[in-house]
Design a protein. Structure first.
Ligand code: ARG
Length: 266
């Protein structure tokens, strides 16, 4: 059973611009956002069989819907995020409190060691990968590697449209990787290729990467992804995955999609 932390979009809106997708002039339509979010939740519960842990949204924290950035939780241990932008730093205490109130053993990072949670740290059976440059600090991965006792391969994100690792990199349950290579520098592309053989790498075309095809939720053989990604769907289905495309464009206005709206609680 897969447990996911989610937070309803009650206060979701575009209040500031901290990534190239966000424009103050491109306002969220609240009832559409609500309907899209509930559609995702229904699908996760009914089709994916996920158990949803819902946290209380907080007025004035519009990006709290993106619980992938709450932190990272493995077993009973959790490390809450340290956001780079002051606009999101106010979310930190709420996420930390949630982990504490739910029995996690919480380890906090220094204030200036930026780390944006499962938005930037993702694992495959072979290795964990940590995205850095745009949001998280490469130094965070040395510390996280000590905390979790796992090797973490830092990968540099070079395109501001793909500012979190989960916007361009999606490990699948069968050990394959769905990703968009140009979002990484050459060294990171080589590090990924070295760990994950070509037969296991599913490359997403640019047009679909820009529709957040990689921001997918994969549980067992089910993949939930934003609609408008037919090539990605073909590639996934050829590997035996069942795909569930959903309209999530209201969340793209903030630079997010399906995966960012969830945090896997192992
Ligand atoms: N507006 C949010 C930000 O820029 C979106 C976060 C999306 N989260 C993610 N894990 N990719 O921080």
């Amino acid at each position: 059973m897969s447990r996911l932390l989610v937070c309803a979009p009650d206060y979701f809106r575009i209040d500031y611009e901290i990534n190239p997708w966000m424009r103050l002039s491109n306002a969220v339509v609240p009832e559409r956002a609500r309907a899209q979010w509930h559609g995702l939740m229904r699908l996760l519960e009914a089709k994916i069989g996920a158990l949803l842990e819902r946290m209380e949204p907080v007025p004035g924290l519009p990006d709290m819907v993106f619980t992938a950035n709450a932190g990272v939780a493995v077993g009973r241990r959790a490390v809450p995020s340290r956001f780079r932008h002051p606009e999101r730093q106010r979310e930190e205490s709420y996420f930390e409190a949630w982990f504490r109130d739910h029995g996690y053993e919480v380890t906090t990072l220094d204030k200036d060691l930026y780390f944006e949670g499962a938005g930037d740290l993702l694992g495959l059976p072979d290795a964990w990968f940590g995205g850095y440059r745009q949001r998280s600090d490469i130094r965070a991965y040395g510390r996280l590697s000590e905390i979790f006792g796992r090797e973490i391969i830092p990968v540099e994100l070079v395109n501001s449209h793909f500012y979190h690792l989960d916007t361009c990199f999606c490990p699948l349950s069968g050990g394959e990787l769905l990703y968009y290579p140009p979002a990484f520098d050459r060294y990171a592309q080589a590090a990924i290729a070295e760990r994950i053989g070509e037969a296991r790498r599913l490359v997403v075309p640019e047009s679909e990467a820009l529709r957040f095809a990689c921001n997918a939720v994969c549980v067992a053989k089910q993949v939930v992804l934003p609609e408008g990604c037919p090539e990605t769907i073909k590639r996934l289905e050829a590997r035996g995955y069942t795909t569930h495309p959903l309209p999530l464009d209201e969340f793209m206005k903030a630079g997010g999609s399906a995966k960012c709206l969830t945090l896997a609680l192992e």
